[in-house]
Write a protein that binds this ligand. Structure first.
Ligand SMILES: [Mg+2]
Length: 277
């Protein structure tokens, strides 16, 4: 696929974007703004492999199970965590086991992830950790510029909403989301990124070019393209020992991203591009 770098930047332009009309911007959280949960795969994958070993009589090897888990966890990233747990339950059932409720697995995952996240959150709350290295580079500055321009900003995350609100506050970005902060609910059918996007379009009677979606997951990029919104893919780097999402940039392009950025370090140039009518 031929790409065009905008104005000597690392900003890649793929789509024919109608710029200059954007009034509302929806952001993903983890990997797009926050790095607090970076490394979550190192917790989820071993937990699932362990459950497949202990709750089924499978003869598959550790590495076979790991490959299976890595594939579906990676594929379902960006949706609510519960969908990864639903798949785990199905895999346990397929192997003759009797799975627990997916929600129970999700609770267990959150319990195991907590020490990793908690250390960062406690450090942020106590002021011993600085927020800046836990934000995707220059994301706060980018948000601030949008708000100064009078653009409405929203946060929509597949992570549980109470965690997202707390972590956004600790990172110093919560106040910029004048449109609201949305996240996963225990009644998981009552939330999806697509639902948030659809509500904004309906409430403000938007046409596609008035809405911008920014995220590092193919889910939100697909959601954006479904409604004709402009999609910016953030090909941010993730730390996990399984090399998961190593092809993030390609995946975002395949999902239909109009623009690809590595992070917001060239946010000024990105704004110039997006708001230049
Ligand atoms: Mg994300």
């Amino acid at each position: 696929m031929q790409n065009i770098f905008f104005d000597n930047t690392a900003i890649e332009i793929y789509g024919e974007v109608q710029t200059g009309n954007i009034r509302h911007v929806v952001f993903d959280f983890d990997g797009t703004i926050s790095l607090i949960r970076d490394g979550w795969q190192n917790v989820m994958v071993p937990m699932m492999v362990e459950l497949l070993q202990t709750e089924t009589g499978t003869t598959e090897t550790q590495s076979e199970l790991e490959a299976l888990v890595v594939e579906f966890v990676d594929r379902l990233t960006g949706k609510q965590t519960i969908y990864q747990m639903i798949q785990l339950s199905e895999e346990i059932e397929k192997r003759g086991g009797t799975p627990q409720e997916p929600l129970a697995y999700k609770d267990e995952y959150n319990r195991r992830l907590l020490p990793v996240v908690e250390e960062r959150i406690a450090g942020l709350a106590a002021g011993t950790l600085s927020a800046e290295p836990l934000r995707v580079p220059k994301s706060l500055e980018f948000l601030r510029s949008l708000r100064e321009m009078g653009i409405h900003c929203y946060l929509a995350s597949g992570t549980d909403v109470e965690f997202v609100k707390n972590e956004a506050a600790l990172l110093g970005v919560a106040a910029y989301f004048d449109g609201g902060i949305f996240g996963a609910l225990r009644e998981y059918k009552k939330f999806s990124k697509a639902m948030v996007i659809q509500k904004i379009i309906t409430d403000f009677q938007l046409s596609g070019s008035e809405l911008l979606i920014i995220g590092d997951g193919y889910v939100e990029i697909e959601n954006a393209k479904t409604v004709g919104a402009i999609a910016v893919g953030v090909a941010s780097v993730e730390a996990n020992r399984y090399n998961m999402n190593a092809d993030k940039r390609e995946r975002l392009i395949r999902a239909g991203a109009d623009i690809i950025i590595p992070d917001f370090r060239e946010g000024v140039q990105l704004l110039n591009y997006l708001f230049n009518s």
